[in-house]
Each structure stands twice: as C-alpha cells, then as structure tokens.
Design a binder for this molecule. Structure first.
Ligand code: PEP
Ligand code: MG
Length: 548
C-alpha cells in the first residue's frame, strides 16, 4: 500500500478504482495548411460551443444560475473575434490548429492577468480552459474522458467544465494532485459535496494509475493506493458511519442552536473566499465569523484594488442576506508570505512583521482595504475584525484609519454604514490580559485560539515536531478564554471563538457555560456542532475542571 498526504478540499471517504484524467499535451505542431487548419478550428469551436451549452443547462438545473453563468462566459470567449484573430495570427506560422489555439489562449490569458480589474484578471484561467476544450475536440479526445463506472478521479488539475459534464453519480471522489484548495474547480467540488483532496507531493499522474483500487480518506487528507483488506474494511466502516451521520444531522437544519437547558448560542462559518458563503448557507450557518481576507491577496499577482476587494466583500454580505458577516483585515506574514509585498526575511516570522503591524507601517494598503469594506457595508450586515492586536495604540490607529476611510467615501458620494462594527481578534496573551481595557474600545471580540495557543504556550503552531506538545486545551488558555469572556460581557460586547478549538468536543461544555456568544467553524461542521450543543446541559458543567 502506498500512502500520500495532501490538503483537504471536501471531507468524506471514497473506496474504488482510480480513473486518470490526463492533462492535455500537444505534440502536433506543424500544420497541413492555413485554410485547412482554420476549418478544423471552426469545427472544433462549434463542437465546444455545443458542449458548453450542455454544461450550462446541466449546471443550471443542479447548482443554479450563478454557477451556470461560467459556461455562458466560456461560450462568449469561444465566439470572441479577438480570440479568432489570435488563432489566425498563429496559423500564419504554418502551425497546427491545436498549437495555434493553445498559443492564442495563453496570449489572451497573459493579457487578462495583467489587467487591474479583478473580474477581468479572473478570466485568465477561463480563456485557457476554453482553449483546452477546443484543443481536445481537435484531438477528438473530448468524448474520451468519461466515467462508465463509479470511480475516484485523479488528475493534475481538472477544468470546471470537465467536472460539470460528468455524471456526478459516478464520481466517488477527486484527487487534484497539483491543484489548490481554493481554485474554482475545488470550490465547485465543495459545493457538490464530493470528497476531495489536493496538493500532493511525490505523486505523478500517469496512465498506470488507471484502475488501481484505492481509498480516498478526504477527512484525513490522504490517499491510500493498493490498500490491503484490513484497511478496506476499516475505511468502508468509516464511510458508512460518516454517511449515516450526515443523513441524521439533516434534522438539525433550520433549528436554532440551543443547549439542553435552553441557552442560545450561534454557529458561524470560517471561510477563505467569497464563493464559500454559499456553502455556509447550505449548511445552515448563522453568519460568517471569520472571512480570512488575506486569501484575496494571496490569490492575486499584485495588490488587489479597492474595486476588486469590494466585489468580494459585497458578494459575501449579499449571499448571507442580512446575517452577520465578520471580515478579518489583512493577516499576512508568518506562514503566509506574498511575493509582491516584498517582506523582509526574518529570524522568527511568527513573532515578526505581520498583519496589523504591516498595516501600521504601510497605511496605504490598509486604507484601500477599509474603503472597500465600508463600501460593502452598505449591502448587508458587515463587521470588521482586526488581527494580532497587542496594544491600545493599535486600536486607536485602526479607528483613525476608519474615520479616514469614511471621509474618503463621503467625499466620493458613496453609501456606507456609519455604524459598521469594528472588533478585534484576541489571539495574543497581551490582548487577553488587556481585554478589560480593550473591551471599552471595540464592538466585539473574537478569540483566535490557534495563535493564542501558539503565543501562550510558546510553541510554533506549524512545527511538526511539536504537534504533541501543542495543547490548546491547556489550562492557561482556558483561563485566558474565561477572562476575555467576562471582560467582554462586563462592557456589554459579544465574544466569539474562531480558532480550531471552537469545535472541540471536550471544550464545548466550558464555552457554553461561560457564555461564549458565537462559535465559528468550517461550514461542514455546523450541523454536527449544533447536535453536540443540544446534548449539553450547562447546569452540569464544572468550570473549575478546566481552569484548575
Ligand atoms: C487563530 O489564530 O486562531 C485564527 C483563527 O486565525 P489564523 O488561524 O488565520 O491565524
Ligand atoms: Mg491567527
């Protein structure tokens, strides 16, 4: 048995044969004459358009108009005259239609990615996808990739259009060996709730893998190729339990989150892209507790503009239809590096130049983000949260910057919510200790237990050698959480938890007893958390057990 580790795209289990999706390669470079090759291109383009129409209709009926729109955009690209001209220009070099289409696609993609507008930038991948689709028709391969039996797809990456045209009943799971967890196809995979993992090192996708019996343990983010009987039995059992559980949890949809003794709390979602808001809604989340906005910066080749950011933020608040959406401002540095920020190399990055510290030094970046956030506040229930706060002066700086952002929008005549809430993350020991003072200055707290544990325990959260020592249930952290909660409530502000500890079964009774107002977790955990909460009677919880 060979075991490969990756990153989770969507949880669940799959057992079955692998089906390889091979990335398109063009070997035929020399053409048979310009006119002939152009005719071949026209024919393949026509077939592509028909296939896209089909994908549009399928997606419309299964996922809705917003997701289906992508295929309409692809169709417009395939028909676009600039694209046709680019193909013609390439064909002048006596190359094959396949080669000309791929080159034309790359050329237009480069042009799109250099544009300022976020929407146009995102089109770069789409135009490449359209070109690939036409090439596969030219190679008469488009009908080649199909599933005839239930299979686990393994690929370097998969165009969204390919995914949508497949029979979903036959997709057991997907492994995107080279793909990222936030690519468009990964997001679609999550929406379709297909178990999937991505970003696997040391695994080459070759035809030899076709038909190999495997286990995809997407919950544990691993792939087991050629498992022995013992593992097959174990994972078949895990799969059954997972699916039975999922079915049972549906009973908690549409219900309030209440403890056995009737105490109310809220379950919010942690998301990393505006598209995931739909997932939060689907899982009956009561709000967004942490939108990690740095992923907008990580997905961009240059500083995202105010308009680009505004589109993302507006999409989330509109999708959540009046439910609270807490967007965290830029939190880069430490383990999240972005080339164009040109951050210095550091001895101790986790203790270094990161998040609000960067915003303080480079206020122009922060101003752009705040303006985009205030603009989006007009479209729903938006609140903003600042990471890595350690001192009052930082909070004062944030308020000054907010005032400047508001002035800016007033001058431009743009609408915004004057009273948008500004909160902070409590994720440093300093913020926890000072929480009585900070609670007077902000509208809410959200406890980031991942970093609060790292800094309280002085253990690097990403060091694999220290995983066993990294104990976020440590009594020092419980004491901090209790103290922060009391200080928040003393000043009449709410307090949530958005670190991984928020869904910890052992900690849950403690959180409910001390009165944490909101727990923010990945959307997929919403219903199971609601069920767990329904079984807890806070009268039976002994807080001392956690802190002494
Ligand atoms: C945290 O630190 O707990 C947190 C939620 O933020 P991140 O994991 O993004 O640092
Ligand atoms: Mg953090």
């Amino acid at each position: 048995m060979r075991t490969y580790k990756g990153l989770r795209v969507f949880e669940g289990y799959a057992l079955g044969k692998l089906k390889v999706y091979e990335t398109l390669k063009v070997e035929k470079i020399v053409g048979i004459g310009m006119d002939e090759e152009f005719k071949r291109f026209e024919q393949a383009r026509e077939e592509t358009i028909q296939a896209l129409d089909k994908s549009f209709m399928e997606t419309l009926s299964k996922l809705g108009e917003e997701e289906a729109q992508l295929f309409e955009t692809h169709k417009l690209m395939a028909e676009d005259l600039d694209f046709e001209d680019a193909v013609k220009a390439e064909l002048m070099g006596n190359v094959s239609a396949e080669y000309a289409v791929l080159r034309a696609g790359e050329e237009l993609a480069t042009m799109f990615s250099s544009m300022d507008d976020a929407y146009m930038k995102e089109r770069a991948n789409d135009v490449k996808e359209v070109a690939n689709r036409i090439v596969s028709f030219l190679k008469k391969e488009d009908k080649g990739f199909n599933l005839t039996e239930p299979s686990i797809i393994i690929c370097d990456d998969l165009p969204s259009s390919e995914l949508m045209k497949l029979d979903k009943n036959l997709i057991l799971g997907i492994i995107f060996v080279k793909g990222g967890a936030n690519s468009h196809v990964s997001i679609l995979t999550r929406m379709l709730e297909i178990p999937a993992i991505c970003s696997i090192e040391d695994l080459e996708v070759t035809k030899d893998l076709d038909g190999e019996y495997s286990i995809l343990d997407a919950s544990g983010a691993q792939l087991l190729i050629g498992p022995e009987m013992k593992s097959i039995t174990l994972y078949a059992q895990k799969k059954k339990e997972y699916e039975d559980n999922k079915e049972r949890l549906k009973a908690f949809k549409g219900k309030p989150t209440l403890t056995k003794d009737g105490k109310k709390t809220m379950i919010y979602s942690n998301i990393a892209s505006s598209f995931e808001a739909e997932n939060a809604i689907k899982n009956d989340s009561e709000g967004i507790g942490l939108f990690r906005s740095e992923f907008i910066y990580l997905d961009s080749k240059d500083y995202p503009t105010e308009d680009e950011q505004f589109e993302h933020y507006k999409r989330v608040v509109e999708e959540m239809k009046g439910k609270e959406v807490i967007i965290r401002t830029l939190d880069i540095g430490a383990d999240k590096k972005i080339d164009y920020f040109d951050l210095p190399e550091e001895e101790n990055p986790a203790l270094g130049f990161r998040s609000i510290r960067i915003c303080l030094k480079r206020p122009e970046i922060f101003a752009t983000q705040l303006q985009a956030l205030y603009r989006a506040s007009h479209y729903g229930n938006l609140a903003v949260m600042i990471p890595m706060i350690i001192s009052e002066s930082e909070i004062d700086f944030v308020h000054e910057m907010c005032d400047l952002a508001k002035d800016n929008l007033r001058k431009r005549g743009l609408p915004f919510n004057e009273k948008m809430k500004i909160g902070i993350m409590v994720e440093t020991p300093s913020a926890a200790i000072m929480s009585d003072v900070f609670a007077k200055k902000v509208d809410f707290f959200s406890i980031g237990t991942n970093d609060l544990s790292q800094y309280t325990l002085a253990i690097d959260r990403v060091n694999p050698n220290l995983t066993a020592n990294f104990n976020p249930r440590h009594r020092s952290i419980c004491r901090f959480i209790k103290m922060v909660c009391e200080n928040a409530h003393q000043e009449g502000i709410t307090v949530g938890i958005c670190g991984e500890l928020a869904r910890d079964e052992i900690m849950l009774p403690f959180f409910l007893k001390i009165g944490i107002d909101e727990l923010s977790v990945s959307p997929a955990y919403t219903l199971s958390l609601r069920e767990q909460i329904s079984k807890i009677d806070t009268n039976d919880v002994d807080v001392d057990k956690y802190i002494y």
